[in-house]
Design a protein around this ligand. Structure first.
Ligand SMILES: Cc1cc2nc3c(=O)[nH]c(=O)nc-3n(C[C@H](O)[C@H](O)[C@H](O)COP(=O)(O)OP(=O)(O)OC[C@H]3O[C@@H](n4cnc5c(N)ncnc54)[C@H](O)[C@@H]3O)c2cc1C
Length: 445
């Protein structure tokens, strides 16, 4: 399908870089620009950048499991995974006995991964507490009475998420087909306040013609792609559809001996608490939690074609450089006490809030905007988008071209919300794998 000649991608994280890679391959004569507000890509404050991100094909939904398995293959057997960007150390899911939804989630993952010829031989069922203990004890981890079963997929791993992003950028630079710019997009530019009216709906259609930067520069584009992660709801009204939630990451310094002992451990993931223990790197042991997260509500003008509008909205916005509040630190410490009691009293070397772009069910939002021709959204990572870096761009470009497979199209479409749902943010993502309390507000913790 022919795309407009000039294409602007806003955002240099996983979604933006992957899209740019695919566009530069499939539309090499297009004029592709990628603009990022951070002076560097990798952006140290973006969601795509961290010491490690889990790479797994273990998903409850078969469509994600299939796409993730394709991504795992790339990390495992292509240049994507080389030079330390991917380590296949396994992923151990543990199930506590009082968490039926977590157990169900893990069972579904297990079922899906066992259907895959390339993956199933690497999967080891751990039907009893003693079986889980056998694996954990190799790394000096304990198995509390609460844990009743689990499984380990030795074919899952983790990626150095700064190196992965740097590699994607380098690959793009090597194509010579993408112009990189640094600048903060202040707002989207529309062709006119009110365009033609959609014959089937009463909503006005306003065509997008590019973006306005904070320094007043205008960038015109025939197609604007927002891959702006947790910042996207500031540029388009996504209330009820996607929102920024703060998630917990903590790091503990360990000794050389401990590094040696833990370096080959599988990542340990407990969906009942959302806490993950990652294999340590450079003497830092990472403990993170995926939960309903913290909202950080602020009043902002509603982004709209009518720039004179004074209407305001309350949305959660990401704030970078924040430490984890005591609530999150306490959750990580509690989880440490259960599995690694010998580390539980050590001070945190560092803590960080990292921002998810959460959708209601954890599905990505990869779709044309229904009201604004020439505006495309590639976001909604919902805490699981990194692993797809090598394969996601092709799906995004399929969606732009209108040829995405129906199952993914259905999952990633602009949702039909009832009117009042559109006006407020939801209280937490229900993807079956979240823990903790709903409705936590960062400023009140
Ligand atoms: C704590 C945590 C743990 C995670 N764990 C995993 C995991 O184990 N496995 C996994 O697969 N995934 C994981 N994820 C999810 C994954 O990292 C994200 O889904 C993915 O990185 C999102 O990429 P993105 O491109 O949407 O966002 P980002 O990486 O945040 O990129 C968006 C970019 O847009 C730029 N931008 C925003 N607004 C503007 C603007 N107005 N003008 C110009 N530029 C702008 C930002 O500076 C940013 O660099 C995790 C995420 C977090 C936060």
């Amino acid at each position: 399908m022919a795309l407009p000649h000039s294409i602007l991608i806003v955002g240099g994280g996983v979604f933006g870089l992957s899209t740019a890679l695919s566009l530069s391959k499939r539309h090499p004569t297009s004029q592709i620009t990628l603009i990022e507000s951070s002076p560097t890509i990798p952006n140290p404050y973006g969601s795509s950048v961290d010491a490690s991100r889990i790479v797994r094909a273990d998903y409850t939904h078969a469509a994600y499991a299939k796409l993730a398995a394709a991504a795992v293959q790339c990390w495992r057997s292509t240049e994507w995974g080389q030079e330390g960007r991917y380590t296949e150390n396994g992923l151990l899911f543990v199930c506590p006995n009082n968490a039926s939804s977590a157990e169900q989630y893990v069972r579904m993952c297990y079922k899906n991964v066992m259907r895959m010829e390339d993956e199933k031989e690497k999967v080891q069922d751990l039907p009893t507490r003693a079986d889980v203990e056998k694996v954990l004890s190799r790394y000096g981890a304990e198995t509390n009475n609460n844990i009743i079963r689990g499984y380990v997929n030795w074919g899952s791993g983790w990626s150095d998420a700064e190196a992965g992003v740097r590699f994607a950028r380098k690959k793009l630079e090597d194509t010579g087909k993408v112009v990189f710019k640094t600048g903060n997009v202040e707002r989207i530019l529309f062709l006119g306040e009110l365009g033609q009216r959609d014959v089937d709906s009463s909503r006005p259609l306003c065509e997008v013609k590019g973006v306005l930067l904070s320094d007043g520069t205008i960038i015109n584009a025939g197609l604007t792609i927002l891959a702006t992660g947790a910042w996207t709801p500031q540029l388009v009204d996504l209330r009820g559809i996607a929102q920024a939630t703060g998630q917990v990451i903590t790091y503990i310094r360990i000794t050389d001996d401990e590094q040696q002992r833990l370096k080959d451990m599988p990542t340990i993931l407990n969906f009942a608490t959302g806490v993950a223990f990652m294999p340590p790197r450079n003497n830092l042991f990472k403990v993170s939690r995926s939960s309903y997260g913290y909202r950080n509500p602020k009043q902002l003008s509603i982004p709209a074609a009518n720039v004179d509008s004074r209407e305001v909205m309350e949305i959660s916005i990401p704030e970078v450089g924040l430490q984890v509040p005591p609530e999150g630190q306490g959750a990580c410490r509690k989880a440490l006490k259960e599995l690694f009691p010998w580390l539980a009293d050590r001070p945190f070397h560092n803590t960080r809030i990292c921002w998810y772009t959460d959708t209601r069910k954890g599905d990505f939002l990869i779709t044309h905007h229904p009201d604004h021709p020439n505006l495309f959204l590639a976001t909604g990572g919902s805490g699981h988008g990194y692993k797809f870096l090598p394969v996601l761009g092709d799906k995004i470009v399929d969606a732009i071209e209108g040829k995405l497979e129906p199952e993914l199209q259905e999952l990633w479409k602009w949702p039909n919300l009832i009117e009042n749902e559109q006006r407020i943010e939801f209280d937490g993502t229900d993807d079956g794998g979240r823990s903790g309390r709903k409705g936590m507000i960062l400023a009140r913790l």
